[in-house]
Design a protein around this ligand. Sequence first.
Ligand code: BG6
Length: 470
Amino acid sequence: MNERTVAPTLVVIFGITGDLSRRKLLPALWQLFRAGALPEQFRIIGFARRTLDAQAVRALVRDALGGGVESADDVALAHFLDLFSYQQGRFDELAQYRALGERLTETERAFGAPANRLFYLAVAPAHYEALFEALEKSGLARAEGARATRILVEKPFGRDARTAQALDDKLAALFGEEQIYRIDHYLAKETVQNILNFRFSNFIFESLWSKEGIEKVHIELLETIGIEGRGEFYGDTGALRDVGQNHVLQLLAMVAMQNPGQFDAAHIRAARAAALRTLRPIEDLARQAVRGQYEGFVDEPGVAKGSQAETYFKLRAFLDDDAWEGVPFILESGKRLAERTTRITIYFKNAARALCSIDEGNGCQNTLTFEVQPEEGITVGFWAKKPGFSQELERRALHFSYARGAERRAPEAYERVLYDAIRGDQTLFASTEEVHASWRFITPILDAWHALPLEPYAPGSRGPESRNSL
Ligand code: BG6
């Protein structure tokens, strides 16, 4: 599709004054605008509780772009800011939704054509219900004629299997699955998308891609940052809900899924969901899980004294799937750790141990690593002869870096999210099946979680002591 011929589109950002909007959405929209990737007829309407006039909302947008604007961009910036308008309102205040509706209709009139409507919920989940209800009662979300309406919902989708189901039932009463865009921004990261392209276009690896060739898979989402002022939310949520149920399991799905057959949203989402459905419930938590909390967490602002929320987890999971029988998937994530890295390492089986002179662990084990961040790349670990007269081996790496030699910058995850939602492509959004399958795996762990010791670890360390047992 030619980028400029996308249907006229109106984006409503609920919570435009909030953190997510300012840190991610507004800069992403600006980048898309600069790249000419927004539709010709396009407007953004902010909706929030604060009273702001048009000028103040533009100042807020300008402020959110921070250093992302060069002085040479002045003209473009003025055009960009002109795309914004604002509707003040509480999320449960029907009258203000009517006013919003009038704005939308007026803009369509100015376009001379019906416009697709995207409703972006950049608000705390506590407001979801009121918002859904108001959208329904006001009739704003109704798709009519040529006009498509879509809703973009941020995680968390519920707190467990039951609440996720209840949330989804509410959504489903209002919108069809093809209108619901459940955001998991990890799916929209460049290297995560590349896992599929890499796997299914390079048969040297895909032919080994099962228990036949793979010994284990390690998925790490390690952060150096703490909870960044989100004490109240995090103290009640913990790492497993915050990133385990969604980002980490989506990475697992990308590795474990079967070939989708076709490269479209329906096939890819179905293949990811099928992989997640094979997750075997953890049978022995004491042997298959570690949970930890960094020292000083309970003193963070907003965290309840004595909070038992984990800031670190490590799980050893298995899939009930012939292809993956016996292959452990080690899932690990934590805050305030020694390094910031998200990567997936595939450890291959070593078929020819006899010829390998390496004595350590698994001999000459080959690895393949997808580096998601901070550097985006792919590394193959292999063994080569040390230069010299002996036959000694040493570990070497073939490394591909996205940044090096790149002709184009890779879009940020939220640029991708908005770009795809504007075009109606759901590939990189979680389906209801995926969300439910991951909660089915996570909920029993959460139910038994408190029986497992909560191990302290020092901020800046690699995590709790017993992490090495998995
Ligand atoms: C969010 C979590 O979904 O993902 C945060 O709520 C976490 O706690 C963040 O820090 C990590 O995302 P990224 O893109 O910074 O790796």
